[in-house]
Design a protein around this ligand. Structure first.
Ligand code: NAP
Length: 293
């Protein structure tokens, strides 16, 4: 079994970005600038945003963190988005999800200019990605594709089962894995909570991408010998032995899956780190105007 090391892979990606930033600036380019809007103070969101800001520092980007209280109205948030859309120094920005329930996420996602939507959630970017046109690809699926590429995992003609059909992970992942490209040329089955006999699909899968938010859901019994397991899940599970009072657990039962898998991503130290690295890649592309001129 080979561990797909997100720490090592994301460090390599970020080192490349750092070099590219230096080269871009040496030729008169600007310092890439990523901004993030955080509404409320959800613990997990705080952690994600902090890691994004840290990564900006590592690769030589400017970053702005805009904190807005949990009582922020939809109007106030849309006004802030409008301000960031117009700010010429900000190359790309994200609104950290989830948002408080009184704010319509779809409205917010659509309000960000596609050319600044480095999270790749805007319908224009999702549509362009689906059509194989230049687009910001949402960071988690993009990170997974890069991991498969870095580990040279054979995808051509393989059966990939994606568990979960969310707009930010499962659905775009299933589209990307079916693309006619070297690291995604699979036959794809997209499964969800209404899928009957899920095991029948997972047992025949060469690659299982599990993204449903249920810790330890995918067990070794559900996969075939030699499968590749990509674990997207991040759930905080209460753990009194930890100072924080919780530990992070993925959607795969690591022990039993690792016994049968040929490749597996750990949690933590897997997909999550590549998600942040991919956001940096999208931001660099925004600063260089590689996707939208
Ligand atoms: P989500 O929006 O809650 O969607 C969950 C999906 O799982 C839904 O499509 C749901 O089906 C499906 N599902 C639920 N129970 C199922 C079952 N028993 N069998 C098969 N499918 C089932 O989740 P998400 O936003 O995609 O996130 C999934 C996990 O990934 C979470 O743990 C999240 O924290 C993590 N995540 C990690 C990263 C990262 O960077 N590593 C990024 C994003 C998310 P229905 O559509 O039928 O309800």
């Amino acid at each position: 079994m080979i561990l797909i090391d997100g720490k090592k892979t994301s460090a390599e990606v970020k080192a490349d970005i750092k070099q590219e930033v230096e080269a871009f600036k040496a030729k008169g380019g600007k310092t890439p600038h990523l901004a993030a809007i955080l509404v409320g103070n959800d613990g997990a969101s705080e952690t994600y945003v902090a890691s994004k800001v840290r990564s900006c520092n590592e690769v030589g980007f400017d970053s702005t963190l805009e904190r807005m209280g949990k009582e922020t109205t939809e109007e106030e948030l849309l006004a802030k988005i409008d301000e960031f859309n117009k700010n010429k120094d900000i190359d790309g920005f994200i609104v950290q999800l989830p948002l408080p329930s009184h704010i319509n996420e779809q409205k917010v996602t659509t309000a960000i200019l596609p050319e600044k939507d480095v999270d790749g959630f805007h319908p224009v970017n999702v549509g362009r990605m689906a059509l194989g046109q230049p687009a910001y690809i949402s960071a988690t699926p993009y990170g997974i594709i890069q991991m498969l590429e870095k580990y040279d995992i054979d995808t051509t003609g393989k059966h990939c089962v994606v568990i979960g059909r969310s707009n930010i992970v499962g659905s775009p992942m299933s589209i990307l894995m079916a693309k006619n490209s070297k690291y995604a040329n699979c036959t794809v089955t997209l499964t969800h909570s209404r899928t009957k006999n899920l095991q029948e699909y997972t047992k025949s899968a060469d690659i299982v991408i599990v993204a449903l938010g249920k810790p330890g859901f995918l067990t070794g019994e559900m996969i075939k010998e030699g499968a590749t397991v990509v674990d997207v899940g991040i759930t905080r599970v209460p753990d009194e032995s930890k100072k924080s009072g919780f530990r992070i657990q993925g959607d795969a039962d690591f022990e039993s899956c690792a016994e049968k898998a040929s490749y597996i991503t750990p949690v933590p130290g897997g997909v999550g780190l590549m998600t942040v690295a991919s956001l940096m890649k999208n931001t660099l592309a925004a600063a260089k105007k590689e996707i939208y001129a």
